[in-house]
Ligand binder design. Structure first.
Ligand SMILES: [Zn+2]
Length: 137
């Protein structure tokens, strides 16, 4: 369990100042003033920092390191994968916790993210639903 105290929180509609959030198993359980829990493992003082829900980018291209498509199209797959890893890590650090790759990023990126070989957001594209379907149905 994690408690984040003293944060400026954007709840999707308005800003709440000097508030706390209790997170349990990656799920926000409570938001309010001066929250306390006897089960807290980790207490974070977020004074001066800002919390908000993760952003979703529904049109993303992880495998396009350059808008110069001539250059991108001639890169070896391993170089594109290295760029994609950096691009995915960067988008997560900018607040995007979910992306939908609109073209280029293949199932390997999702597998690498799921295996925590690279850091990045939740990843989906037109192939991942087939992967998930095979896994869960
Ligand atoms: Zn596009």
């Amino acid at each position: 369990m994690i408690i984040i105290n003293n944060a400026r929180i954007f709840d999707g509609e308005k800003e709440l100042e000097e508030n706390s959030i209790i997170i349990d198993n990656n799920i926000i359980k409570e938001v309010g003033c001066n929250l306390k829990s006897s089960n807290s493992i980790n207490i974070i003082n977020a004074k001066g920092n800002f919390l908000m829900p993760g952003l979703i980018d529904a049109h993303f291209h992880a495998n396009t390191p350059s808008y110069d498509f001539y250059t991108s199209d001639r890169m070896p797959p391993s170089l594109i994968a290295a760029h994609a890893a950096q691009i995915l890590t960067g988008v997560l650090k900018r607040g995007y916790t979910t992306i939908r790759d609109a073209g280029g990023g293949d199932i390997g990126l999702k597998l690498a993210l799921d295996a925590k070989l690279i850091e990045g957001p939740r990843f989906s594209n037109r192939w991942t639903w087939r992967y998930e379907k095979k896994r869960f149905f």
